[in-house]
Write a protein that binds this ligand. Structure first.
Ligand code: TZP
Ligand code: MG
Length: 214
């Protein structure tokens, strides 16, 4: 049957740029700019504030994403993902386990996990995860506590991986060509767009660099 909406898995597969939010006064404006630029995957990352504020912001971003047929993924929090009717959740090491998330979210929602070694990846695949975030690739102020795993290690980890995976950590518009020349196709980033003076222009530049014509 025909639907004007793409399935979440298709959006994940077709898009190479995954943008994660930071806490900003003008966050909704930034998000709308990058949606206008063509970004189709947004993750809401909210680390400090009340649960009420967290959910309210999540619902606002979800509504924006819906207008632009974009995926809205919630970081860490299953309750916020459910309450905002997110398209999926991103789980790290300290978050609820995959099986519980799948049980509560169902099979129509996306579950992504963070991985930095072979065991993480094989567990994620066994559980039926929809995509993997791998990093940090480079050192990054956004996640100071994690040591970069580097390009060579990521190449080895992803050699036979056949679900979408996104490299993350210290990715900027000026190192995307380098990553691409090393076989990386998909990237996730925070600060490059969240701290940009012109998020729309910068998102367009990054999308262009990631595109196949480049
Ligand atoms: N996970 C691994 S590195 C990272 C996360 C959330 C932070 C990425 O932020 P930036 O600013 O794109 O380096
Ligand atoms: Mg997390």
């Amino acid at each position: 049957s025909y639907s004007k909406f793409k399935k979440s898995e298709e959006i994940l597969k077709e898009n190479d740029l995954y943008v994660i939010t930071d806490q900003k006064d003008n966050l909704l404006e930034i998000i709308e700019e990058i949606l206008i630029a063509g970004v189709r995957i947004i993750q809401h990352r909210f680390k400090t504030g009340t649960d009420q504020d967290h959910l309210q912001e999540a619902i606002q971003i979800k509504n924006l994403c819906k207008r632009y047929n974009s995926l809205f993924i919630v970081n860490d929090r299953l309750d916020i993902a459910l309450a905002s009717n997110a398209d999926g959740i991103h789980l790290g090491k300290d978050d609820l386990d995959f099986k519980t998330a799948r049980r509560l979210l169902g099979y129509s929602k996306i579950i992504g996990i963070s991985a930095n070694n072979e065991i993480d990846i094989s567990n994620a695949l066994k559980e039926g995860c929809d995509y993997i975030g791998i990093g940090p690739v480079f050192e990054t102020a956004t996640k100071k506590d994690k040591k970069p795993i580097g390009i060579e290690k990521i190449k080895t980890l992803t050699k036979d991986l056949d679900i979408p995976w996104f490299a993350i950590g210290g990715i900027k518009s000026n190192n995307i060509s380098y990553l691409k020349s090393n076989g990386f196709k998909k990237v996730a980033l925070v600060s490059q767009l969240m701290n940009s003076e012109d998020p729309k222009e910068d998102a367009m530049i990054i999308l262009k660099k990631l595109s196949h014509e480049n």
